[in-house]
Ligand binder design. Structure first.
Ligand SMILES: Cc1cc2nc3c(=O)[nH]c(=O)nc-3n(C[C@H](O)[C@H](O)[C@H](O)COP(=O)(O)OP(=O)(O)OC[C@H]3O[C@@H](n4cnc5c(N)ncnc54)[C@H](O)[C@@H]3O)c2cc1C
Length: 364
């Protein structure tokens, strides 16, 4: 089949690679001048364990399966990554109850090695930490997401696939059993494909609305939740990722590490109406307050506004958390079309597993 993948973020690249390796002729159309410039380069680069998501959800399934596949991929492709582990810390007795339920949910989701430990045991692992107890997740790690996307691109091209940069998809129609797709950009025009995957991230809904025959009522609402990050100027004090208990819309302002061992903080949750990536330095006050609940040693003047990413959510602040939404031919009735909505965290971790499922729908 001739397959078009819309968007060269981590999801589009993983889907395109999987489709090309199955023998399809694959083209990825990317609106920007380079791969991975969207949400895929504005995240925490954490390989998640899989305990946060309701058992049986699409997110739980692909996070756990995708994590295992991603570590294997990192090992076989020599990609920079580190299984550093993580502690989800409870500040008080009420939060102990929360980490206990995360531990139970993680076990039900198939997350390996989770262990509830007391405050002293947590401090033995991370001496700067103050907490009443913690959930240790040894399977959590970090990855160089750009090296990962370059490796996906390499394998896509080795399997005969191609990426067209500066080539936005502007519309599509079903004609004579094929998808006739319109492209902008200098090499624009109209080309035909047997199948099409919409993995345009924050633009998935607007791309879906340009696909004639696809019912407008199926396009879900989009909610934007910005996650701001602050960098840390001092010497790193933690060797594992440190997370508080989750907050509505996100996982709480946590300590992430990069592969050089540097610490950074974030992301928080800022509900926004319009895409913008400015980080307001005034948010530092709330960062200090939140981080000091588990690291009182954080000194004034050591954090600075850094970067932000935007979660493409399907649910708002006071609604139950939506799952990843995969709208496939069996649901909408149009052959060869898969629409991906709401692929927020843990999309990076889930990418290889999600890609297999999507390619399966193209072939059905
Ligand atoms: C703050 C934050 C922290 C996160 N942390 C983690 C984490 O630690 N671990 C984890 O597993 N996940 C994390 N995630 C989730 C992860 O980053 C995303 O799930 C993933 O990057 C989504 O990839 P994508 O390919 O769907 O989207 P994107 O990377 O946004 O790619 C979509 C692409 O489509 C292109 N496009 C748009 N419109 C068109 C068009 N009309 N034609 C052609 N191309 C188009 C865009 O230019 C873009 O390149 C985080 C997300 C956020 C926001």
């Amino acid at each position: 089949m001739q397959v078009l993948v819309i968007g060269a973020g981590v999801i589009g690249l993983a889907v395109a690679r999987a489709a090309a390796r199955k023998g399809h002729e694959v083209v990825v159309a990317e609106a920007e001048a380079a791969i991975g410039t969207g949400t895929s380069s504005r995240n925490s680069e954490v390989i998640h364990g899989g305990m946060y998501y309701p058992t049986g959800s699409v997110r739980a399934r692909h996070c756990v399966a995708g994590r295992r596949m991603l570590y294997e991929f990192c090992a076989t492709h020599g990609l920079p990554h580190r299984k550093c582990g993580k502690l989800i810390v409870a500040a008080n007795a009420a939060e102990i109850v929360k980490i206990e339920s995360l531990a139970a949910q993680g076990a039900a989701n198939g997350v390996e090695g989770l262990e509830l430990i007391g405050g002293n045991a947590a401090r033995a692992l991370e001496p700067e930490l103050v907490c009443a107890g913690a959930l240790h997740s040894p399977q959590t790690g970090i990855i160089d997401s750009h090296a990962y996307m370059l490796a996906l691109r390499g394998e896509l091209e080795d399997a005969g696939g191609a990426i067209a940069l500066k080539t936005p998809v502007t519309g599509a129609t079903r004609k004579s059993g094929q998808w006739e797709v319109m492209f902008g950009g200098s090499d624009g025009g109209t080309f035909e494909f047997d199948a099409m995957v919409n993995s345009a991230g924050l633009r998935a809904q607007s791309v879906a609305r340009t696909i004639k025959d696809y019912p407008a009522a199926r396009v879900p609402k989009q909610v934007l939740a910005k996650g701001n990050y602050f960098s840390y100027a001092g010497r790193p004090v933690f060797s594992r990722l440190i997370y508080p208990t989750p907050m509505p819309g996100g996982l709480g302002v946590h300590v992430t590490l990069d592969l050089a061992g540097r610490m950074r903080f974030g992301p928080d949750v800022e509900w926004i109406e319009k895409e913008n990536y400015d980080v307001d330095p005034a948010r530092a006050d709330i960062f200090y307050e939140r981080i000091r609940t588990y690291w009182p040693g954080l000194r004034d003047g050591t954090i600075a506004a850094d970067y932000a990413g935007i979660r493409p959510k399907l649910s708002g602040p006071n609604e139950p958390q939506a799952d990843f939404l995969i709208d496939a031919p069996a649901q909408h009735g149009l052959p060869g079309l898969v629409q991906l909505y709401g692929i927020e965290s843990p999309g990076l971790t889930s990418s290889l597993s999600l890609a297999e499922e999507v390619v399966g729908y193209l072939e059905s």
